[in-house]
Design a protein. Structure first.
Length: 506
């Protein structure tokens, strides 16, 4: 049993987290040829890592890019990621603790089940202290690594020192965040959560979505998120999870469309060794992995009928029965599902179970496409460019006319399509300013989708649909006109009195 555990641990990937310092990538000397490895390169020379997360302070961006370049050339197998370290006061312990906790949550989501190492040789003494406190208390499951100056290295004292928190001389440190009775206070508010996910939601339609998210987050009910491809369904699900009492447990995402039909039940519910050809060992399944946390089922409409039946049973009983097992496993999981399919039509066509829909859709969140919240488009484009600029030596910015061009496009692929367009503009723009000519707009793949005409079904109401469309158009016009009723009326081709009447009817 011990040997089996050891083998599992050996297979875990190792992720190093390090702040970039002014001494990276090299410690400069009077004679350039004698320059020594900086703290990060020096550590990589002593220990192997699969992933490297470089935390970048705004004034050290060029150093970070140079460090990444040298590491790529020396250690091409290491996966490197840059993350911004937004600390305004580098000696403020509370601010540092807050930022570090946010960073670790991000890293744990992206590098699940990895073994984490933190290089504390960089950053201020206050940052060093905060890393040690969080790791020693068990709040951050990580090894703390420090490096010695060359002059202090001896036969007994090597270059790398790992802190041993189990030593009897080390004081016992307890984290309040780990105490169940105050877990609620560790959750971020909606503003912090939006900032963490770089979520733009200034348009009135998105404000309604945010209000719904904050209302339902603390309730243990299943949620169905509906919206076109690229509207941000997974980010919305992560927001709900982050604002919920389950935020300190796993968020497990499953794309139902990406899993072969013959493996979907095994993936969700698990299997026992020998249950079918290829089942060489036991597998817990996504429900067990998400126990006490949140399971996100993307592309719900792609679930085959047998998997729908079993999913309904799990939602009703809270018990999962792995394939090949005669015993059930009790789980406590909140399910958030998402789809871009017309579930009502699928129910009418008998391709989706109506009872499963009602079990999952306790609350429904409809995400509007970009063309219905066009005032958000320039802000989203700027955020995308800010992320890309982190990877560039020479940052770029938009010309105002370029943003207007982006705003006027229908974006049938929504945010994902906008991201691709901005990335291409950055690549092909020769100067530092992205102009209107540099924006190569994609051709709509399905023009009819721009109008989003629904397929009528039993229970469909044409008056309700027209009233809802009218409401959205008036909100959109008011946003473009900055709340000016007369200007909004001119955009819509109606009278200001009609706009005023609509506002009074709300």
């Amino acid at each position: 049993m011990k040997e089996k555990k050891k083998n599992i641990q050996e297979k875990r990937k190792q992720t190093l987290i390090s702040i970039v310092s002014p001494r990276d990538p090299f410690i400069e000397t009077v004679v350039e040829e004698m320059a020594k490895n900086g703290p990060i390169l020096g550590l990589l020379a002593q220990k192997n890592f699969d992933n490297l997360v470089l935390l970048v302070q705004p004034n050290l961006k060029e150093r970070a890019l140079m460090t990444r370049e040298y590491i790529n050339s020396r250690y091409p197998l290491i996966n490197i990621r840059l993350m911004q370290l937004n600390i305004s006061d580098v000696i403020n312990y509370l601010e540092i603790l807050h930022v570090i906790r946010d960073i670790i949550r991000y890293i744990q989501e992206d590098y699940k089940n990895d073994e984490y190492y933190i290089n504390v040789s960089c950053g201020t003494p206050q940052m060093h202290t905060c890393w040690v406190l969080l790791a020693a208390s068990g709040e951050i499951p990580a090894h703390i690594l420090n490096i010695r100056e060359t002059r202090h290295i001896t036969k007994d004292k090597g270059y790398v020192l790992e802190l041993d928190f189990s030593a009897p001389e080390f004081p016992v440190i307890k984290s309040n965040i780990l105490q169940a009775e105050i877990l609620q206070t560790a959750q971020p508010n909606i503003k912090e959560a939006i900032k963490r996910f770089d979520f733009v939601a200034d348009h009135p339609l998105m404000q309604e979505v945010l209000e719904k998210i904050t209302t339902i987050a603390s309730y243990n009910i299943s949620v169905l998120i509906q919206g076109e491809t690229g509207t941000g369904k997974e980010v919305t699900a992560r927001l709900i999870h982050l604002l919920s009492p389950r935020s300190n447990s796993n968020f497990v995402a499953v794309n139902c469309a990406a899993i072969p039909k013959e493996l979907i039940e095994s993936t969700l519910f698990g299997h026992k060794k020998g249950a079918f050809t290829g089942a060489v060992s036991d597998f817990d399944g996504k429900f067990v992995q998400a126990d006490n946390g949140t399971l996100f089922l993307d592309e719900l409409g792609e679930l085959p009928s047998e998997a729908q039946k079993k999913l309904l049973r799990v939602l009703q009983s809270g018990e999962v029965e792995p394939i090949g097992s005669s015993h059930s496993v009790q789980v406590n999981v909140r399910v958030i599902a998402a789809t871009n399919a017309d579930i009502a039509k699928m129910i009418a066509d008998n391709t989706f179970r109506e009872d499963l829909y009602h079990r999952i859709a306790k609350t429904v969140i409809d995400l509007p496409p970009l063309r219905e919240r066009i005032t958000d488009i320039p802000k989203i484009a700027v955020r995308i460019l800010d992320r890309i600029n982190l990877q560039l030596l020479q940052t770029k910015k938009f010309d105002p006319k370029a943003l207007l061009k982006l705003q006027a496009h229908p974006w049938t692929g929504n945010i994902r399509e906008l991201e691709n367009t901005v990335e291409n503009a950055v690549i092909f723009t020769k100067g530092y300013k992205i102009t209107e000519k540099d924006i190569q707009l994609p051709k709509p793949i399905h023009k009819e989708k721009i109008y989003n005409i629904p397929v009528p079904y039993y229970g469909f109401s044409l008056p309700d649909y027209i009233a809802d469309t009218r409401k959205k158009l008036i909100h959109q016009a008011l946003s473009l006109a900055n709340g000016n009723k007369s200007e909004a009326a001119r955009l819509l081709g109606i009278t200001p009195q009609a706009v005023d009447k609509f506002l009074k009817e709300k």
